[in-house]
Every structure is written in C-alpha cells, then in structure tokens.
Design a protein around this ligand. Sequence first.
Ligand SMILES: Cc1cc2nc3c(=O)[nH]c(=O)nc-3n(C[C@H](O)[C@H](O)[C@H](O)COP(=O)(O)OP(=O)(O)OC[C@H]3O[C@@H](n4cnc5c(N)ncnc54)[C@H](O)[C@@H]3O)c2cc1C
Length: 591
Amino acid sequence: MPDYRAPLTDMAFVNKELLGMDHYEQLDGCEPLTEDLWDAIVDGGAKFAENVLAPLNRNGDEQGCDFDNGQVSTPDGFAEAFRQYGEAGWQSLSIPTDEGGQGLPGSLSTLLTEMTAAANYAWSMYPGLAHAPITCIRAGGTEAQKATYLPKLYSLEWAGTMCLTESHCGSDVGLLRTKATPNGDGSYTITGTKIFISGGEQDITENIIHAVLARVEGAPEGTSGISLFLVPKVMVNDDGSLGERNAVHCGSIEHKMGIKGSATCVMNFDGATAFLLGEENRGLEVMFKIMNTARLGTALQGVCLGEAAFQGALAYARERLQMRALSGVQNPDGPADPIIAHPDVRRMLMTQKALIEGSRAFIYWLSRLNDLTQYGSEEQAAEADDLMSLLTPIAKAFCTETGVEVTNLGVQVFGGHGYIREHGMEQLLRDMRIATIYEGTTGIQSLDLLGRKVMGSGGKLLRNFTKRIHKFCEAQAGKSAMSEFIEPLAAVNAQWGEITMQVGEKAMRNADEIGAASVDYTLFGGYVALAYMWAQMAEIALQQDGDFYTAKLATARFYFQRILPRAEAHARAAVAGAGSVMDLEESLLHL
Ligand SMILES: Cc1cc2nc3c(=O)[nH]c(=O)nc-3n(C[C@H](O)[C@H](O)[C@H](O)COP(=O)(O)OP(=O)(O)OC[C@H]3O[C@@H](n4cnc5c(N)ncnc54)[C@H](O)[C@@H]3O)c2cc1C
C-alpha cells in the first residue's frame, strides 16, 4: 500500500486562493473560521489520517469482516480508531453549537472526509454512515428523540446506518415492502429484510441506530407511501441507559469486491420496535436532506482513492527502471531510465493529476455552496441551492466514473506489479468501484440531471450555470495569456445549450431519447464543469511564481489539450439519438 500523505498544499490552494477564506466571513450563524483554525484542524485531520488510519488500510482489506452467528467483527484496529475519532470531536464538527456540535461549516468537514477516506476508505464508511441517523433526526426528530440519540451519535459512542435497499428494490425505492404497523402507543413494529446495509452490524459500538424506510400498513403504493423510522439495535431507556435488545439482527454479510473492512449486511427486522421520524408517508422528504451531502461525499471518493493511487503511481514511476527515454538517456549510471521519462507514463500521471485536482476544486466549491444553503442570506441560499441541484448529480456521476479511471491508471503505471496485491494499487481500484453504484448509480444520477433538473426546470437550472461561466469568460476577454483556456471553455459552454435543445426536441417525439442521451450528457457536463474550475485555477497560476503554480498551469494546459476534447465525443453521442441504442430487437442482442 503506498504511503498516504494528505495533499495539504493543494487543499490550501483551493481553499485559500481559488475559493477564498472570505467565504467564511459571510456565513451567518456558524462559528468563525479563521485561517489559523483552518490550518490547525486540517493539520490535525491529516495526522490522524496518515498515522492512525492509513496503517490499518492494508490489513483491513486482507482481514476483512467476519460473520459468526449474527455477530460481525471488523478488522483489527478499526474500533480503536473509531473511538479516537469520536473523542477528538470530528463527528460533530459541522453540527450547529445550539444543537451540541462545534458549529463549523460543512465545507471544513469535506476536507477531513477527503483525508480520512483517502487513508482508509472502508473505515471511513462507519463514521460516514453514522451521519445518516444524525441528519434524519435533526431534520425530522422530536426534541425528545434529539436529546436521546444525538449526543451519543456525535461522540460516536453509537453508530448508525441508512436502510433503503431490499433484494427486489434498489434504484426504484418505491418498490419497497418493509412494513410498519402502528402499536397504538406512538411506536411502530417493523417487519422486513434490508440488504447491502453498510455497518448494519459491527463490534465497534454498543448501539447502532438504524434509519429505516418502510411502508405503514395501508399507505399508498410507490414513493408517496414511504415513511422514515428510527430503529435502535438496543432499546434506550428513559434515563438514557441501554435496555433490551431490539428485534433487528444481521442475517449475513456480503463477500464483495472491495471496501472489505466495511461490513455490508443483510438486516432482518423481525417485529422490531421503531419510532417515526417526521410524518407518515413523507419519509423521502426527510431523506432528501441527506441526498446532496451523501452524493457529494460519494463524489469525493473519486478524489480520495484517486489521490492515493496517484501518490503510489508517481513514486513508483520515479523508481522503476525500464528501457531508455525516446529523447535520449536520462539515467546514464543505471541500466535503464525511470519509466516517468516515457511520454505514455507521463500521460497517465498527468491524467490522474488533472482529474483529481479538477474534481477536488469542483467538490470543494460545491461544499461551499452547501454552506451557503445553510448559513448564507436568503438570496445566496436560493442561488446556491439551484446550482447544487444541477451540479450534484454531475459531481456524483463524473467524479466517481473518473475516479475509477484514475485508480485504474494507478494499476497501469505499476504494470504487472499493479495487478498483484503487494503494492496495494489493485485494492484502490477495487475499493473505488462501488462508488459509481451506491448513492444512485451513474445512470440514475444522469436521469435525475437531464430529466428532472435540466428538462424539468425548462433549462433554467442549466442557464444559471452556463451564464456564470459565460460571465467569467467575458471578464477574461482581452487577457491573451488566458485565451488558450477561455476559448475552449466558451465553446463547450455554448455547446451545452445547443445539445440540450437538440435532445429536448427529440425527446418531445420519443421519451427514450432522455434515457439514451443522459449518461453522455452528464459526462459532457462534468468535463465542462472541470474546465471552468481549471480555467479559474490557471488564472491564479498565471499571476504567481513558484513550482506549485508552474505545475498548476501545466496541468491546466494538459486538461484543456488532452482531457477536454473528450467532451466532443460525449456531445456527439448525446445527440446521436435513441435509435442506435434501442432499435435492435432485444431478442437479437445475443444470438
Ligand atoms: C458495498 C455496498 C454498500 C451499500 N450500502 C448501502 C447502504 O448502506 N444502505 C442502503 O440502503 N443501500 C446500500 N447499498 C445498495 C446500493 O445503494 C444499491 O446497490 C444501488 O442503489 C443500486 O441498486 P441495485 O443494486 O438494486 O441495482 P438496480 O437498481 O437493480 O440497477 C441495476 C442497473 O440498472 C440500472 N437502472 C435501474 N433503473 C434504471 C432506470 N430507470 N434507468 C436507467 N438505468 C436504470 C442501474 O443504473 C444499474 O446499472 C450498498 C450496496 C453495496 C454494493
């Protein structure tokens, strides 16, 4: 496993120079975040990630989780690291102070998540999922529920889960069958089986608070009949002490491709006692509160594991000696040159760097917008909300798909040594693979983007963003050094509107057009969004001296010359129509 070092220089660049610390001065209602405090928290998070979590990563993959008669054991060291994380107060960093947290903005937590998850993704699933009941209770819980559960979830004495998926019901949550029956005393009895539940059972905490979607008897079919419940693994007495074991048990755990240290559980609710959150049949409204942050968190997985893979690949490419450089001997004292001298290896490293740093800037910006939805003025919050509605599905789909590409390139740079276990590169690819699937697959994100957000808003949400890019391009007009970035950015920005019109026109005649265009359309949007971030980073780099800025500028050039052209292929595919996708009779697909 490559040694993980938190990319503090780039994190600071994006936060302090690209997005600016003045963002934090305009937030109303959260604790002031000075640069010193920012440095101290990020530094502390980096040390925890590097020194505590990274050393557990390899064994976590090899040992994995174990299931024995309803009990699940997690890899060595996971429980102790979890305890330390809770004691350090990381979990409640972005919870408002009047609710018992530290009141700092959520965008700061994004940085911590990046570092902890890059160091050990499987471990990071446990605190990550513990946020699910926190968010559900804060959004839909009574004062009594808040007082009972939140302090223990903040301190991580208790963990949590999000239970949506059933064997017949994944993307289509409206199909769920788990049943809730009112007990007449305000509580409910839940019966049903959920599958693929991350952290459904573990040996880390004494209690687990499950946030469960279920259908109250007699509720309407589909998504309008879904309610949200809290189901504690161990019942909580009125005085806060733990009572009887509730009737929810782990039936088995999955054997899977990656994130092996994260227990993926079948959970049986055999008449478990449950408590309603919010109102009956309105569970999805509460759940939607989690969606943006959960999707951004999953988008970040591409940056985390991509960064770890890049660090490994770069170190290896500097050491591994194979053949001579095309342009002449680089290492005359050795039998061959380091592979970093070969243009194709450079192409792979530059692709990794451009996609990771572009995605980092994109996701950090979105988490700043998320701050504004919470702590900005009414006008700022509305504007941020509109931008996030459009850009969150793009970030989730694009940054996870490119995360798979970047971790795959990590294996490729190592050659056969990447394919074997020894260097840990194949683990990063395996750990990455799930990210395009959970929290809404790439296909589902793309339908959400094109169908609901773009077409559903009559193009308004898209125009908000393309106008913003247009204004940026106009402001750069006349700066000759920026033209290599601005001309292609302005071109793809205008093209975005054109392909939207073309797909929209086709969709009026054939509803399949949206589904057939959607993934290419979304990836096109991702390349444009990253171009916007890279152009802004280039603007800063052009005004500064020093190695870091030289590297930024060169990477911006690489992005525009070698990555952005992919957008054209996606644009052409998106407008090519549903015919070639759907015309072939299904029975003829394989003869
Ligand atoms: C390791 C792991 C951890 C997980 N953790 C959790 C968890 O903690 N809690 C939880 O509730 N769930 C969890 N899940 C479940 C995960 O969220 C689902 O697997 C995911 O939502 C997809 O559902 P599915 O697997 O049933 O696939 P399906 O919904 O059956 O989809 C199969 C394929 O069909 C496509 N598809 C489906 N419908 C459409 C459509 N209308 N248009 C276009 N394409 C479509 C999908 O994109 C996909 O490619 C986890 C899964 C895994 C593997």
